[in-house]
Design a protein around this ligand. Structure first.
Ligand code: ADP
Ligand code: ZN
Length: 777
């Protein structure tokens, strides 16, 4: 481990040559806690600044590695021999250094989420920015002042004449543009004029790339309702007055987005920048379209994974240069490089959405980082939701940490959808045949009348693929197909081909491996049957029930199998908005945030898919999903109706979601969590130990548990486990977990900081640390 210090190798020592010392976080998972590795600053790099990106030698082979200067000091940290430290090699790029605000944020994330700071900094800087994707250099030319005349050919004289005729503010001109103006096929003649000295050339760098297809967004600026006005006024009064926390708790369709837009407007008017986070991709198109439509004159920087690399790069630079006054995007947009002192408001739309939690290191929660960032910037943070997370709800109500603003009614012109819960088992019996009908009689009739009346429908099933059970047809055998690399079942998929069906195949949704569907049971030789649910099967049934829709492409399935890029989803939404798509079916991608007045019916094919997962948040998630998807209808003149099919019509999560009773559900659920000592009443850190060899994973987890228990900081902490994770093996690696639970985060933090400093916990391949975990599989 010695070699991880900047200078443990004796051979390249140049003692004394240092004008200071830099703590450098390298872009690797090297956990030199807390701030990275110490390097010497050679005299040639005397101007080195914090936040600058550098190249440094790493390890015994001195491999050149990129890193970020996290801090600079005049003396090395105690205990390091300055004569043995390696030197920073060079400055890596000409990008402006990371702002102090972001560096502080990176330090906080590294500590709080127990992640090497190099990985945090890596997550902050999109890969496209690091690599400079799409950067193109263009040459601009203008007339040179000539002492002696230069001989020019006829085409070159035309170029000269053209430039002379242009007003000075239009020069210099990009050479390809100039060539076109004069009717030249290539700029070769112009280049030779530069060589002769007849023209002066300057180069400019810009980032190439087109923008996403535009979506129609509402441009109208409606009169605020009295409720909206009260909220806008209350929060606007806090703008410019330092850090404050707000929750906008408003039913679906209450006009929360309108409140955001007004507050963004006020922030921009005050000369500050506003940052709006939206959940990953699903919600992004429509909310962002509304934002762009409302502020056509304001430069907006959009940061999310649906962009191409060069688009990301361009939008990032827009924020970094301070040009963008509005920055928006999914989770990682919280790392937007808005210059110091400019951030005036942070908004987290649909704050309950689990896509805000990153599921790989750094395992940060975008909402919680947003709160932290607002605190650093000294500005208000506004969380919005119709179904707040119980964490936020507890903080806002019982704990009084967040000010609650309510919008209890839907916006003018919208009606409250009537939600019907139907017993799926009983519905099946009504069919009178033995086939499984994914669209039961009640939902089927509702769909017929919705379509007959010219309405549009959304059908939700939160599972991709065709069917999720592949088993022996002989129930005495009991064989079920599982993934060879994971302790989990496989899902049958139909190939996505327009030219007729190809063979079905099986895919594991955990590791992605695929195989053919076995014809016969490997245990007993009986035939294999495929059953269960998936969006592809709903699509098949829908096309059978409504061939007239299928013929005109008026049925479209939306899930991560059918939508390759953000652009696909944008185009589908644009067609849905225009009315040529009548039924949109899909996974939770269609459950969130969509605002289309034509939607009269929402059907939930099976509300139980998430209810029975071995995760204490399954009830909360089910409530959110049902309430959110039901909220997509009733946004136009016609009454909205939702039909929720379920095998558990009495489950509180489903029953209360149908009745729009969030607060009642929240208090029931919080009481349950309190009873079992679970978040949000207490805090949790989950540590997963993974290895191909079960014995290795087992002994590492056992030693970790013993080591943690032995530390004095473990007082007041309940350590559960080690125990196998609910999915005990993924991609060939066995998984064991420890759950650390305590009354407050600080108690847990003390223990893991100590353990990390001692080297007992080393986040990496073997050990994954998840602070405030949201997924427990
Ligand atoms: P939420 O985000 O709370 O679900 P939205 O912001 O999507 O709600 O608003 C629902 C619809 O109501 C949108 O089409 C929006 O344009 C419209 N709306 C919002 N506020 C008003 C208002 N004050 N008057 C009229 N329409 C409004
Ligand atoms: Zn697998």
């Amino acid at each position: 481990m010695e070699t991880l210090f900047g200078g443990a190798d004796a051979e390249q020592v140049t003692p004394g040559e240092a004008v200071g010392f830099a703590m450098v976080a390298v872009e690797r998972g090297v956990d030199r806690y807390p701030d990275g590795l110490t390097y010497r600053i050679p005299p040639a790099l005397a101007g080195l600044a914090e936040g600058q990106r550098v190249l440094v030698p790493l390890g015994s082979g001195d491999r050149t590695t990129r890193g970020t200067v996290v801090s600079i000091a005049t003396e090395p940290p105690p205990g390091l021999d300055r004569s043995r430290l390696k030197a920073v090699t060079s400055i890596a790029d000409d990008r402006p250094p990371l702002t102090g605000e972001l560096l502080d944020l990176a330090r906080w994330i590294s500590r709080y989420y127990v992640c090497p700071i190099g990985l945090v900094l890596g997550a902050m800087l999109p890969a496209a920015v690091r690599r400079g994707t799409g950067l193109v250099t263009s040459t601009f030319v203008d007339l040179a002042v000539l002492d002696t005349p230069v001989r020019l050919g006829p085409r070159q004289r035309a170029v000269q004449a053209r430039l002379e005729s242009m007003p000075p503010q239009e020069r210099p001109v990009e050479i390809r543009t100039l060539a076109e103006m004069v009717g030249l096929a290539s700029p070769a003649a112009i280049r030779s004029m530069i060589a002769k000295g007849a023209l002066v050339a300057t180069t400019r760098r810009r980032i190439a790339g087109d923008d996403l297809p535009a979506l129609p967004g509402a441009i109208a600026r409606p009169e605020l309702t009295a409720d909206q006005r009260t909220v806008v006024d209350a929060i606007a009064a806090q703008l410019g007055a330092g850090f404050s926390r707000h929750l906008l708790y408003g039913v679906t369709g209450a006009g929360k987005t309108e409140v955001y837009l007004r507050l963004v407007e006020k922030t921009v008017e005050a000369g500050k920048a506003a940052l709006l986070l939206v959940p990953e991709i699903a919600l992004t198109p429509q909310t962002i379209a509304r934002l762009l439509a409302r502020f056509p004159q304001v430069p907006v920087s959009i940061l999310h994974s649906g962009l191409t690399a060069s688009q990301r790069h361009r939008h990032w630079v827009l924020a970094a240069e301070g040009t963008a006054r509005i920055v928006t995007g999914a989770r990682s947009a919280i790392f937007a490089p808005i210059p110091h002192g400019e951030l005036g408001l942070v908004i987290v739309d649909e704050e309950h959405d689990s896509s805000y939690k990153q599921d790989q290191a750094p395992r940060y929660h975008g909402r919680d980082v947003a709160i932290r960032r607002a605190q650093q910037a000294g500005c208000p943070v506004l969380l919005g939701s119709a179904t707040p997370s119980l964490e936020t709800w507890l903080n806002a109500t019982e704990r009084g940490l967040i000010e609650v603003h309510r919008l209890p009614r839907r916006a003018p012109g919208l009606n409250v959808p009537k939600v019907e819960v139907v017993d799926f088992a009983r519905e099946q019996r009504q069919h009178g045949d033995r086939r499984v009908h994914l669209i039961g009689p009640t939902l089927g009739r509702a769909l017929d009348s919705c379509l007959a009346e010219g309405g549009q429908a959304l059908l939700l099933l939160n599972r991709r693929g065709y069917a999720n059970y592949i088993a022996c047809s002989d129930h005495r055998c009991g064989w079920i197909q599982t993934c060879s690399e994971c302790d989990a079942g496989m899902v049958c998929h139909r190939p996505e081909r327009r030219d007729g069906p190809g063979p079905e195949f099986l895919r594991c949704h955990h590791c992605g491996s695929e195989q053919r569907v076995p014809r016969t049971c490997p245990e007993c030789g009986h035939a294999v049957t495929v059953f269960g649910l998936g969006t592809q099967r709903v699509e098949e049934e829908l096309r059978r029930l409504h061939p007239e829709l299928a013929e005109t492409d008026a049925v479209v399935r939306v899930d991560s199998d059918s939508m390759d890029a953000a652009g696909d989803f944008h185009r589908v939404l644009a067609r849905f908005g225009a009315g040529s798509i009548r039924v949109l079916l899909g996974t939770q991608m269609i459950a969130k945030g969509l605002d289309f007045p034509g939607v009269r019916l929402v059907g939930v094919i099976n509300a139980d898919t998430s209810l029975n997962l071995p995760d204490f948040r399954s009830g909360e998630r089910t409530f959110q999903l049902v309430a959110q998807v039901a909220g997509r209808c009733g946004r136009g003149e016609a009454a909205g109706r939702a039909v929720v099919q379920t095998f558990q019509p009495q489950a509180p999560a489903i029953r209360l979601a149908a009745l729009h009773r969030f607060e009642e559900f929240a208090s029931l659920e919080l009481a349950e969590r309190a009873r079992f000592g679970l978040p949000p009443m207490r805090r949790m850190i989950r540590i997963v130990v993974r290895h191909e060899d079960l014995a290795v994973a087992g002994s590492a987890a056992g030693e970790l548990a013993k080591g943690l228990t032995a530390l004095p900081e473990s007082d007041g902490i309940e350590i559960r486990g080690p125990a196998p994770c609910p999915i005990a093996r993924i991609a060939g690696r066995h998984r064991l977990q420890l759950e650390l639970i305590a009354e407050d985060a600080a108690t847990l933090q003390r223990l893991v900081q100590r353990a990390r400093g001692d080297g007992l916990v080393r986040p990496g391949e073997l050990v994954a640390v998840d602070v405030d975990p949201v997924a427990l599989l």
